[in-house]
Design a protein around this ligand. Structure first.
Ligand SMILES: [Zn+2]
Length: 190
């Protein structure tokens, strides 16, 4: 990666983190988990610590956001350099994180998915998700199409076995909830 490209990406990352931080604080989200432990990782997705620490299993779905965005924005390669595609992906992810923490989407998650106790992300978790997405984008750039598709499939399967949830189910359950899936998810997590 050229130095100017690397510094451009760094500036973009910093700007997005600031934008997201301001938007989430304005929406009333807390900086950290209310438990106050300061732990970087939270592994239990049905606990109140989920989406509150820097990283949790759902960070992996955000890595896949990055992989998917790298693939979609690659279609713009004729008019858009890799650095600008990275900037666009970061902007889209930051916008999603802000939308995800709006009252209407939080309510949707609570009623339609297994995230019954979901009150939105803490600021630190949301920044972790943005970082995971950017890492996924950079990873996909290096892996190329075939290996990125393989990575996508492996991570989705891993998440299905691990937490009975994944990016695909996330999207399905958010748009058109299936009761049988929700029951299956709920019974396996206790
Ligand atoms: Zn906690």
């Amino acid at each position: 990666m050229k130095t100017e490209t690397a510094s451009f990406r760094l500036v973009v990352c910093t700007l997005m983190v600031i934008l997201q931080m301001l938007a989430l604080r304005a929406a009333g989200q807390p900086w950290f988990c209310r438990c106050g432990s300061g732990a970087v990782w939270s592994g239990n997705v049905v606990s109140s610590h989920n989406s509150q620490h820097l990283l949790d299993p759902y960070a992996l779905t955000h890595v896949l956001h990055g992989v998917a965005l790298a693939g979609l924005l690659w279609l713009l390669r004729g008019c858009c350099t890799p650095a600008w595609r990275f900037a666009l992906a970061s902007l889209l992810e930051a916008a999603w994180e802000i939308l995800e923490n709006s009252p209407i989407v939080i309510e949707r998650f609570r009623t339609a998915t297994i995230s019954r106790d979901y009150y939105g992300d803490s600021v630190i978790n949301s920044i972790g998700d943005l970082g995971a997405c950017m890492a996924g984008f950079l990873l996909a750039e290096r892996l190329g199409l075939k290996r990125s598709l393989l990575l996508f499939a492996i991570v989705e399967l891993l998440l299905l076995f691990w937490i009975r949830d994944c990016l695909t189910l996330n999207v399905v359950m958010l748009l058109s909830p299936v009761e049988a899936i929700r029951d299956w998810q709920a019974t396996g997590l206790h």
